[in-house]
Write a new protein. Structure first.
Length: 526
């Protein structure tokens, strides 16, 4: 038994995913983009020695997911304006031959230019220099140009009905769909993808375009064989378009040599799913001229392909019409003095998406803040904070009691505020440093100390066990720390066992400075 998962199922899945963010009240699920793994060449941190030469493909199992969690450094909430469907980007360029919309591309009937077996892989979409998006519904295809002709006139109209791009007579007919908004250009327009508007047809221009669409109308008929032997120099108007629809009419012109030279749809009709023009002797008559009288003895009947528009008509459902089974999520990671939760002064080599992380210490209370820290922090005390240095990715340790040591890797150290951020990957639990991950503490047991070992310059520093709060005053200036400290220790803002990691991308390490901004675009294909 043979079966397929159709493209429409993929489009449905993408719509369901997007609707979790927009168009539907979402009170259950919260998604975050995260960056992580600041030390990818250290095997104990979850990396490999050759990571930057060949980042490993992420593995999909529960063990690997548990390994990703403690390497999360910073998170950014994905809001409704941060997600959209996208389709393959094809720019309009003079001299390029575009494929035309046809409903019958398949493995047995591949497209003429890209040799694609699916409409959605064809180059029938075009975005012009003014960010207007069109589909090509006729590319000048005829018996002399069976693959179509190069496009000469850039389409730049916003009319509701299809029309040519200009006056050169290149044979193209375009259907205008939408213009990218400034916000979509900034967030989602990329080298490979064009964003598709959310909530299509609910308001404004998109509503007008959708309302103008006619289900099962006919816009284009293509001559694939001119035939010969017809009455020369004749024009046949209101030739019926046959099929399961109604009222479709065409005008057929025969040239001086008895060949069909043009077919123009004069009335698009409606409700067609299959259609044909039977321009042959004895075919249904026209409103003028009567039935076609016949061909010469050596004549052949012309072949005319009638192109049925997508369900609902052009512009009715652009997600189906354009094949929007990909979704793009946008996140901007820019440092803030008000909430310095983002990594600065180190690398990150992993990007991902996590669903429904909870607050630290809870498995039920969802996080909802805009930006979050996935790492813990230590607040130091003493004048040595400005003269000691805990290098990024360095190993730190604290004796928390006799025979017990806490280990972690440095994410960043701010010598002004005396705040060190760190993470404790599960690799440390199977390293030479021990088989249990102990937590740093301001209240060590017998034999323990509040000293944190790991500085390469100056003395090891002590935890400021008297500090509690989210900001500190230094030289009459307030520094916000982004985390909530209790006795010099701050926990991450998410619980390390919470949430579902639904996307992971391992990359060559990307450095971040204190003034750096990253625009992260993640494309998910369903």
């Amino acid at each position: 038994m043979s079966a397929i998962i159709t493209d429409q199922f993929r489009i449905l899945n993408s719509s369901t995913f997007v609707n979790g963010f927009v168009g539907v009240a979402n009170t259950e699920n919260i998604f975050y983009t995260f960056i992580g793994l600041s030390n990818p060449t250290n095997t104990y941190s979850g990396g490999t020695s050759t990571w930057n030469d060949n980042p490993p493909a992420p593995l999909d199992n529960f063990y690997e997911e548990n390994g990703y969690r403690p390497t999360i450094i910073s998170l950014k909430k994905i809001n409704s304006g941060d997600i959209t469907r996208v389709v393959k980007k094809v720019k309009w360029e003079a001299g390029r031959t575009y494929e035309m919309y046809r409903p019958d591309y398949s493995i047995d009937n591949k497209s003429p230019i890209t040799d694609s077996s699916s409409l959605y892989d064809c180059d029938y979409i075009a975005i012009n220099s003014n960010y207007k998006v069109y589909i090509c519904i006729h590319n000048g295809q005829n018996p002399s140009n069976p693959y179509g002709q190069p496009s000469v006139d850039e389409p730049d109209f916003t009319d509701l009905d299809p029309q040519s791009g200009g006056t050169s007579g290149d044979g193209y007919i375009w259907k205008y769909l939408y213009t990218l908004s400034p916000q979509d250009i900034i967030k989602f327009n990329s080298v490979n993808y064009i964003p598709v508007p959310n909530n299509w047809g609910t308001s404004g221009e998109s509503q007008s375009i959708k309302n103008n669409a006619v289900n099962g109308e006919i816009q284009v008929a293509v001559i694939t064989n001119t035939g010969i032997g017809y009455p020369s120099n004749t024009t046949w108007i209101n030739v019926p378009i046959l099929g399961d629809g109604v009222n479709g009419k065409a005008t057929v012109v025969v040239d001086s040599s008895g060949k069909v030279s043009s077919v123009t749809v004069s009335n698009p009709g409606s409700k067609y799913s299959v259609a044909t023009i039977n321009f042959a002797p004895g075919a249904p008559g026209t409103e003028t001229g009567g039935p076609l009288s016949g061909l010469t003895n050596s004549g052949t009947v012309a072949k005319i392909d009638v192109i049925v528009t997508p369900k609902g008509g052009h512009g009715y459902d652009i997600y189906r019409e354009l094949g929007a089974y990909r979704v793009m999520l946008f996140s901007n990671f820019s440092n803030s003095t008000d909430n310095p939760d983002f990594l600065a002064g180190n690398d990150f080599a992993r990007i991902g998406i996590i669903k429904n992380p909870t607050t630290y210490g809870s498995q039920t209370t969802l996080q909802s803040q805009s930006i979050l820290s996935g790492v813990g922090a230590i607040k130091f005390t003493g004048t040595g904070t400005t003269t000691s240095d805990y290098p990024a990715d360095g190993l730190i340790s604290q004796t928390i009691g006799t025979g017990s040591t806490a280990y972690g890797f440095v994410v960043s150290y701010d010598e002004v505020t005396g705040v060190l951020k760190y993470y404790q990957p599960i690799g440390l639990s199977t390293s030479t440093y021990g088989y249990k991950i102990n937590r740093f503490t301001s209240n060590p047991g017998i034999g323990g100390t509040t000293l944190i070992d790991g500085t390469t310059v100056g003395a090891d520093l002590k935890i400021d066990t008297t500090f509690t709060g989210t900001q500190t005053e230094i030289n009459n200036r307030t520094y916000k720390l982004g985390l909530s400290f209790v006795n010099g220790i701050a926990n991450p803002e998410i619980d390390p066992l919470s949430g579902d990691i639904i996307y992971v991308d391992n990359r060559v390490a990307i450095p971040r400075s204190a003034t750096q901004t990253e625009d992260i675009r993640i494309v998910v294909e369903f």
